[in-house]
Design a protein around this ligand. Structure first.
Ligand SMILES: Cc1ncc(COP(=O)(O)O)c(C=O)c1O
Length: 417
């Protein structure tokens, strides 16, 4: 018997009229063009695939399920590098006062630029993928890099960051503690913080990072156009501090205005700071404390990025918080597709939106959300696989050993569809 209470929570956030000013200011069309022009110059750059899962879509009576697959982005297995690399580009451009025309990748890594800049140590806190992206970009540019991680970060993730030459320090506490500590230490040692989250007085770099992610959306739109699809009808984005979600959702609202897709943000239930903020009467930022314990390492953040929240609170249609096994299920569905669908390698944070979509489509007791979202045979749903196999041991535990199983009362009963 399927349980009649859904195993996830949601809050619908209808807007009488969406305020698009923040989205338009942060994501004008030229910005994604500049970001993409820069990313294209990086050796090894390729457009990441937009995969279609037609058979899964048909099974759930959905017009199309599309997956932007970031698993192979620039050898880093995650979209994150798009933001960090673009922030370093902008940082150096600003510091040296160089025009966009003159700025290019080869110039950026040239001796001339290095001499003018002197030695800069770039620093950031991370829950894994952002730190890896910054370490990679700093190494390419020939600058030292210091990355702070929290005590629950897996050895594999730390080794991966060290592999790009960064000094990694483990900080007691959670991701937010690592952020606080890097702020103190950067001031002490004169490091330049390249953080993907923002706070009062620190918004420029996170803005560049969010703008850097827009390369991905520009690619998606090109890929949809080639399929004869103007834009998706629904977009699901997973969130930690919300920078990625604000970038995806802000981009679409800047591009399509009121015709933007319906946007759904998905978080782990023990680190659902955006969901909690959306629940407040005036949509005030809420910080979630504790050890933020979740298998979705990339989403284990307790404090929303202020910058991101300002966009999300005006544009998101629903916030959803899910248990860990929803992500594990998403990973298994991606890895063992229906006949004719491609298989996709997706890590815990990458797969959670697929797990959430399937839960929303089939759960008893979620009729309110389904009625509001109206996902049907005319819908084209976009998911983003934000990471591939970034933690191989955990990946095997979930896919091979079946850890984090869905409780039986939440199994999908095909006969009762
Ligand atoms: C794989 C992955 N997906 C999604 C996110 C969420 O990004 P944000 O923290 O900007 O919400 C992260 C963040 O590190 C991540 O690593």
């Amino acid at each position: 018997m399927q349980n009649s209470t859904p195993d996830f929570k949601w809050i619908i956030t209808p807007h009488k009229q969406k305020d698009l000013s923040g989205s338009k200011a942060m994501f004008p069309v030229e910005v994604s063009r500049t970001a993409r022009r820069f990313h294209r110059q990086i050796p090894g750059y390729q457009m990441s695939p937009l995969a279609s899962l037609p058979n899964l879509a048909a099974m759930f009576n959905v017009g199309g399920i599309w997956v932007k697959d970031e698993a192979s982005r620039l050898e880093l297995n995650s979209f994150k590098v798009l933001g960090g690399s673009f922030a370093l580009y902008r940082f150096i451009q600003n510091r040296l006062g160089i025009s966009d025309e003159k700025m290019n990748y080869n110039y950026l890594i040239s001796k001339e630029v290095k001499e003018q800049l002197g030695e800069i140590t770039f620093a950031s806190a991370t829950d894994g993928n952002h730190g890896r992206g910054i370490a990679w970009a700093a190494q390419k540019l020939g600058h030292p890099c210091v990355i702070y991680v929290h005590s629950e970060t897996s050895k594999r993730r730390i080794d991966a960051i060290r592999g790009y030459g960064a000094v990694v320090k483990v900080i007691e506490g959670n991701y937010d503690d690592a952020v606080r500590q890097i702020v103190v230490d950067a001031a002490k040692y004169g490091w330049e913080i390249i953080s993907d989250t923002s706070w009062e007085g620190y918004t420029q770099v996170p803005t560049w990072i969010m703008q850097g992610y827009s390369t991905m959306m520009a690619e998606i739109q090109e890929q949809f156009s080639a399929q004869g699809i103007a834009r998706p009808t629904h977009v699901f984005v997973q969130a930690g501090v919300g920078a990625l979600a604000a970038s995806v959702i802000g981009y679409y609202h800047s591009l399509c205005g009121e015709n933007a897709p319906k946007c759904i943000v998905v978080e782990p239930e023990d680190a659902a700071c955006l969901y909690e903020s959306a629940k407040t009467e005036h949509k005030d930022i809420v910080q979630v404390d504790g050890d933020l314990d979740t298998i979705m390492a990339g989403l284990a953040c307790g404090s929303p990025s202020e910058l991101a929240w300002n966009i999300l609170k005006e544009t998101v249609d629903a916030f959803v918080s899910v248990p860990d096994y929803t992500a594990a299920k998403g990973m298994r569905v991606y890895a063992t597709p229906l006949k004719g669908d491609p298989f996709i390698i997706s890590g815990e944070s990458g797969a959670v939106t697929l797990g959430a979509l399937l839960s929303i489509l089939k759960s008893n007791g979620a009729e309110e959300l389904r009625d509001f979202l109206k996902i049907d045979e005319n819908s084209q749903v976009l998911l983003i696989n934000t990471e591939g196999n970034t933690d191989p041991a955990l990946f095997r535990q979930i896919i091979w050993e079946g850890s984090n199983p869905v409780p039986k009362e939440y199994w999908y009963d095909e006969d009762k569809r």
